[in-house]
Design a protein around this ligand. Structure first.
Ligand code: MN3
Length: 246
């Protein structure tokens, strides 16, 4: 039998679930009363799941966002359910304090917190094909620090090809606007070193396998068609202003 307290909790969680359902519609069916619904939440995709076709298919986007990313959020919230002090931290701060996270949940927080940060960035920096290339200060920085867009794409794709197993390729940006190329295994992110991510690409098989099967190089090449350079430029400006988070 449920205790009154437990019942009270379930009622409160139910109300929260209803509120979530109103704002996030399609995710309603995956929220359960005894699963914490916060503090971290799945951000909605900023475009239709089919918007990136033909380069990234809608089925991949639906699974990737609605299942994979949702699972990182759910597991992160579960791990932090009894660690209110850590749950209060902004994600980018939590990820720089992994050494302060209890050993019993540290790997879970690293993998799922990293996964939440990486994917939140990833949806934001993509968009419908046809974005104009980098312009202005962003273009200047790419020319200065990464040898221009053609060389960046060649080097970035090569780095993505070298990731053994699952991981990410990133371009980081510092407060002076300086850019650098790096890659990370699993769901690790430069945020864990206190750095900031300008943009990055997911080279886990779940990001491309439905459409590209084992041809990761084809996915890496096609992905540039859906980079939203306006969104990247906004992140670049935020980094220089010191306001870029995840
Ligand atoms: Mn992914």
């Amino acid at each position: 039998m449920l205790t009154p307290n437990r019942r009270g909790f379930l009622f409160a969680a139910g109300a929260a679930t209803l509120a979530t359902a109103v704002s996030a519609g399609p995710f309603f069916g995956r929220v359960f009363a005894d699963t914490p619904t916060g503090p971290f939440e799945l951000p909605p995709l900023p475009y239709d799941p089919a918007a990136l076709e033909p380069h990234i298919d809608a089925a991949t986007m639906n699974l990737h966002h609605g299942k994979h990313h949702q699972t990182y959020v759910t597991n992160l919230n579960k791990a932090l359910a009894e660690h209110g002090d850590l749950a209060k931290l902004p994600l980018e701060e939590l990820l720089t304090k992994l050494n302060d996270v209890p050993e019993s949940i540290r790997t879970t927080v690293r993998n799922n917190g990293g996964g939440h940060a990486n994917h939140s960035m990833f949806w934001q920096i993509m968009g419908a094909p046809g974005s104009a290339g980098p312009e202005g200060e962003l273009k200047d920085a790419i020319d200065r620090d990464l040898g221009g867009l053609d060389k960046l794409q060649t080097d970035f794709n090569a780095a993505g090809g070298r990731v053994f197993g699952s991981g990410w390729v990133f371009v980081t940006v510092d407060k002076d606007g300086k850019l650098a190329l790096t890659s990370k295994p699993n769901q690790d992110t430069p945020l864990m070193e206190g750095a900031r991510v300008l943009f990055g690409n997911d080279v886990w098989e779940h990001a491309y396998y439905l459409k590209y099967q084992n041809k990761r190089a084809d996915y890496l090449k096609a992905w540039w068609n859906v980079v939203n350079w306006n969104a990247v430029a906004e992140r670049y400006a935020a980094a220089k202003a010191g306001t870029l988070t995840i």
